[in-house]
Design a protein around this ligand. Structure first.
Ligand code: FES
Ligand SMILES: [Fe+2]
Length: 346
């Protein structure tokens, strides 16, 4: 059964085996079959407004750099010099002032990736600088968010996110406000599965449960996108819309902005969450309330995911059943991962 064919049925569906969470060999396979072939949220146009502004990142362990060129386009390249693999930039963000200069021997590249000058290289027959432009990486935008993908054959990001266009609220389109990070001692799949269901909300998140009607929490898979709806109980900070895009992007909708989550599998059993807050600049008090609530919820999720990882590692767990009412999206994700990893359904 493939993930595309996967449908919730009367049949009991069991969770993935414990061994897939944190195994170095599985982690390496995920890099090859999932992370290097999927769209990854890198940032937002408001984070790099000027020509020469850049953001560096890693995509499936490949270093990349995104640069805004003079004509306004955001170009993506491997952050790897064509001479002897030096880095073009080592900072997370910055401005490269009109050209990208390799940190090792100073080769100079235009913002569109052409090699302008192989600095002090000397002349040798057979060397043509036109053959040594930076290797491009595919970059696309959706509502100002910038995504990159190492796979040139992947469907366009706009196509993948079309289901989000239908539910996204204009009040969530805001400029970048701030970034925060959290580290979790668990496999990235433990965190994603926790993200994919609202089943745990009444038990684990009493404060969040005051804000949303979790008895009406619904999660729906549309293509590779999970869309969560939970009606706000009162005029709180949430707007009642959450979601996740396979495999490593989440979002939380608020009344005056959105929190985009970048889920980074750092190593087997180590995951980093980067929260990028986009918020209406005139609503500072609401931004603080949003951070306060998201910090509480995140701390509760982290503690639970770390305990689940310990229990998965203990040898005491054999795959349990998924709830037909609340865990359809967890079932979808696990079917997708079985397919990518070549694991038979139990
Ligand atoms: S490695 Fe970049 S100039 Fe030498
Ligand atoms: Fe949670």
């Amino acid at each position: 059964m493939t993930a595309a064919e996967w449908r919730w049925t009367d049949k009991l569906v069991r969770a993935l085996p414990a061994e897939v969470y944190g195994d170095p060999e599985i982690f390496a396979r995920e890099r090859q079959t999932v992370f290097s072939k999927s769209w990854r949220l890198i940032g937002h146009t408001s984070m790099m407004p000027e020509a020469g502004d850049f953001i560096t990142d890693d995509l499936a362990a490949a270093p990349i750099i995104l640069v805004r060129s003079e004509n306004g386009a955001v170009n993506g390249f491997y952050n790897v010099c064509r001479h002897r693999a030096g880095p073009l930039a080592t900072e997370r963000t910055g401005n490269c002032r009109g050209e990208i200069v390799c940190r090792y021997h100073g080769w100079r590249y235009a913002l569109d990736g052409r090699l302008r000058s192989a600095t002090r290289f000397g002349s040798v027959a057979g060397f043509d600088p036109r053959d040594y432009g930076l290797r491009p990486v595919r970059v696309e935008q959706w509502r100002g968010f910038i995504f990159a993908n190492l796979d040139n054959t992947a469907a366009p990001i706009a196509k993948m996110l079309a289901p989000l266009d239908e539910v996204w609220r204009a009040s969530m389109d805001q400029p970048f406000a701030l970034r925060r990070s959290h580290e979790i001692a668990c496999d990235w799949k433990v965190y994603v599965e926790n993200y994919l269901e609202g089943y745990h909300v009444p038990n684990l998140h009493p404060k969040l449960d005051e804000d949303i009607d979790s008895s009406n929490y619904q999660v729906e898979m549309r293509g590779n996108v999970a869309i969560h709806h939970a009606p706000p109980r009162k005029q709180g900070v949430y707007c009642g819309l959450w979601g996740w895009v396979f495999p490593l992007t989440g979002f939380n909708g608020f009344q005056h902005g959105v929190l985009m989550e970048r889920i980074t599998p750092v190593a087997p059993r180590r995951t980093r969450l980067e929260y990028l807050y986009f918020f209406n600049p005139d609503r500072r008090a609401e931004l603080n309330a949003m951070i306060e609530l998201s910090d509480i919820t995140t701390a509760e999720d982290i503690a639970m995911c770390e305990q689940v990882q310990i229990n998965l590692d203990s040898g005491a767990y054999c795959p349990g059943p998924l709830s037909p009412q609340h865990e359809e999206s967890v079932g979808w994700f696990q079917a997708e991962m079985r397919e990518h990893l070549g694991i038979d359904a139990s």
